[in-house]
Ligand binder design. Structure first.
Ligand SMILES: Nc1ncnc2c1ncn2[C@@H]1O[C@H](COP(=O)(O)OP(=O)(O)OP(=O)(O)O)[C@@H](O)[C@H]1O
Length: 310
């Protein structure tokens, strides 16, 4: 992704002309390498869903561009998505084998029904669903099983990248780890590329080798997950990490927005977007901050703050 911006027009006048815009993404540039599990973390409203929609082509950037490197011969489609809620993302009227093979039809292929049932059976086995269950309907499965079906569907076209948009947030705690483990096994055995969007830092830490932290439609810090989460350099990442619930905490808050307000994305702040919430802000924060590479340089650690390495 190169300098992607997304603005939503709002508040139209009587001629239908927008009086204002929501600045949802404000210059997102990021590379994902093959075999990466890239985590994207940030609080509610920072633009994670907008980014997901741009990645899978449901939304076009207002400006900027996306590029997918040349695909493998074995790869049939660039990207598939697994949504947060398997309850609403699976068509309740279709048997599971048809749900799993839907993306194959979407590519324009018309294989025989038998071939599709065979494909669905083999994918069901890979995600831990009994193959004889593929004739059943979504309501006959638990939440965790439904998410396994959604994962099988994403695999059906053998995509280069799978975008996981909060893949475990709608599931019971006891099932979350099983789904994350399944995703890890699939990623390793197929050397797939995952982009995992989550507000849950623990999920990102468990799963991702690289992590990008978003704030007000920008990436404020990106690098190897251990560097970003264990040794955060941006004051916002530091705030985010301080707010991660500790097992010993009772009545914790995991949302830094509850401590201080997220500024408006209709009228963006001048200079650094974070300065009004930042305990370290100085006069140098009045100018817009660029994402600069710092230490450790070899892991491509980048921070959008002039104080990061001061
Ligand atoms: N179609 C739209 N029209 C106007 N504003 C929008 C639209 N879609 C999103 N927004 C706004 O863009 C900003 C980013 O929204 P987005 O849904 O991408 O955030 P998010 O990080 O995914 O939040 P959450 O975790 O709560 O889903 C928010 O201020 C949201 O209100």
């Amino acid at each position: 992704m190169k300098d992607v911006h997304v603005r939503f027009p709002i508040n139209p006048d009587w001629l239908g002309r927008p009086r204002q815009h929501v600045h949802a993404l404000n210059g997102i540039s990021i590379d994902v390498a093959r075999g990466d599990i890239l985590g994207i973390v940030g609080e509610s409203g920072c633009g994670k869903s907008t980014l997901a929609q741009i990645l899978v082509g449901l939304l076009k950037p207002t400006s900027g561009s996306l590029q997918l490197a040349k695909q493998d011969a074995a790869t049939r489609s660039g990207m598939q998505i697994v949504f947060q809620d398997p309850q609403s993302s699976l068509n309740p009227k279709l048997p599971v084998w048809k749900i799993i093979t839907e993306p194959v039809y979407a590519l324009g292929d018309r294989p025989s029904q038998q071939a599709m049932m065979d494909l669905a059976k083999s994918l069901a086995i890979q995600v831990g669903i009994r193959p004889e269950y593929i004739y059943r309907f979504p309501h006959e499965f638990s939440g965790g099983q439904r998410q396994r079906i959604a994962i099988a569907r994403a695999l059906s076209t053998n995509p280069e990248i799978i975008l996981l948009d909060e893949p475990t947030s709608a599931l019971d705690i006891s099932v979350q780890a099983q789904i994350l483990n399944l995703l890890q096994e699939l990623q390793r055995s197929r050397n797939m590329t995952f982009i995992l969007i989550s507000h849950n830092v623990s999920v990102i830490r468990h799963m991702c080798n690289r992590t990008a932290v978003m704030y007000l439609g920008q990436i404020v810090e990106v690098g190897a997950t251990l560097d970003v989460l264990e040794n955060p350099r941006h004051p916002y990442t530091q705030l985010l990490m301080e707010s991660v619930p500790k097992l010993s905490d009772a009545g914790f808050s995991s949302d830094p927005a509850e401590k201080t307000e997220l500024p408006s994305n209709i009228k963006l702040p001048a200079g650094c977007f974070f300065k009004d919430r930042c305990a370290r802000a100085t006069s140098g924060c009045q100018t817009p901050q660029a994402l600069v590479t710092g230490e450790p340089r070899q892991t491509g650690h980048q921070v959008r703050c002039h104080l990061a390495y001061a």
